[in-house]
Design a protein around this ligand. Structure first.
Ligand SMILES: Cc1cc2nc3c(=O)[nH]c(=O)nc-3n(C[C@H](O)[C@H](O)[C@H](O)COP(=O)(O)OP(=O)(O)OC[C@H]3O[C@@H](n4cnc5c(N)ncnc54)[C@H](O)[C@@H]3O)c2cc1C
Length: 329
């Protein structure tokens, strides 16, 4: 079994930045990045609000750039999934990580950066028509939908961004807002409201997605039917905590906060010795790419401190805390 200073799980911005910074400190590090380096941003045409890129940068550039930087720093980045993690019985020794190939790695520090999945609507038709008109990737499908009416469900920044992408590709976009107000930041709202190809429908709660071989429309809770060729769902993120469950269908090994995310201290340390949580799975994350980058760097600094001093803090973050500076970084 191979003993490493650190293993990072996750190939989004948090994981790749943590991995690069840990390797840069001279520590032995493997990053299990899964199949898609870049994570959620991989398909985004222009990622906004990333420091150093005032005009935006494609997500399909940002992810691979972070991966190359981590590799250049000496981290072994693998396009593999982790399938299980375990701490030793008395919680003082290294963590073990089992890869999808069945290899077992041991690590003094384990950074969990598995991010989030897009939430599903959970209405009839959503599962049936996934890949047949129900999509989470505007830039992938927009070129095929030019001139057609499509629905974007959601009222956050991501929904606005992807509605604008679809409009830029010549789609007529119906943006369906569940309530009368929406979560998107003012800059996104203004751009959406100024786009002639985007129509906002407030109080539009989707009851079902309908079609035959492919999507033909949506039915709303109030009985209205809308004819659309595709439905893009951006109703928020659900943290991917599968590795934290003690087993299939078993409870989490860590107490989570009220939003179902992992409480951490300022060094992104969890309540479990040697386990760090960076990125959108941790409590208090604002959903922004820059915050995931910052998380990766903060976790790396704490890993470096803890591995080099061997002195893991004993004060754990409480379930209702996030970024409490209870522990020196
Ligand atoms: C449509 C959309 C548009 C957005 N646009 C912007 C924007 O313009 N600007 C902005 O600041 N933010 C934007 N965001 C938010 C941004 O995507 C996230 O804040 C950021 O990408 C999160 O990075 P992360 O590393 O925390 O997680 P993720 O990107 O979710 O990465 C997690 C990674 O872990 C991997 N993983 C999961 N489980 C395992 C496992 N068991 N083994 C190995 N790997 C695993 C996943 O495959 C993934 O690669 C957008 C989000 C969406 C959905």
């Amino acid at each position: 079994m191979r003993l490493l200073d650190a293993v990072v799980i996750g190939g989004g911005l948090a994981g790749l930045h943590a991995a690069g910074e840990i390797a840069r400190a001279g520590l032995g590090c493997v990053c299990l990045a899964g199949a898609s380096p870049g994570g959620l941003l991989l398909s985004i045409e222009s990622v906004q609000d990333v420091p150093g890129h005032p005009d935006g940068i494609p997500g399909y550039d940002l992810g691979p750039m972070a991966m190359e930087a981590a590799m250049d720093a000496g981290c072994e980045v693998r396009g593999e999934q982790a399938v299980a993690i375990a701490s030793c019985a008395d919680a003082t020794g290294p963590w073990t990580v089992t890869t999808e190939a069945g290899e077992v790695l041991q690590a003094r520090a384990l950074v969990l950066a598995t991010g989030s999945r897009l939430r599903r609507l959970a209405v009839p038709g959503e599962h049936t028509f996934t890949g047949k008109g129900v999509s989470h990737c505007a830039s992938c499908d927009a070129p095929l939908l030019r001139g057609q009416a499509v629905a974007v469900v959601g009222g956050g920044d991501a929904a606005c961004q992807e509605a604008l992408t679809l409009a830029a590709h010549g789609c007529r976009v119906l943006m369906l807002l569940r309530g009368t107000s929406w979560r998107a930041r003012p800059a996104w709202r203004e751009r959406v409201e100024a786009a002639p190809a985007i129509e906002l429908l407030r109080g539009a709660q989707v009851a079902a997605i309908v079609g035959d071989d492919i999507v033909r429309g949506v039915r709303l809770e109030d009985g209205r039917s809308l004819a659309v060729a595709a439905v893009f769902v951006y109703i928020g993120l659900a943290p991917d905590l599968a590795l934290l469950a003690a087993g299939p269908g078993q409870p989490m090994r860590l107490a989570l906060d009220g939003s179902g995310r992992v409480p951490v201290d300022a060094g992104r340390r969890t309540a479990l010795r040697g386990l760090y949580a960076a990125g959108t799975l941790r409590a208090g994350h604002d959903g922004q790419a820059a915050t995931s980058i910052a998380d990766g760097l903060a976790a790396a600094a704490a890993v470096r401190h803890d591995v080099m001093t061997g002195g893991w803090p004993t004060v754990a973050p409480a379930a209702d805390s996030s970024l409490d500076s209870q522990v020196p970084a």
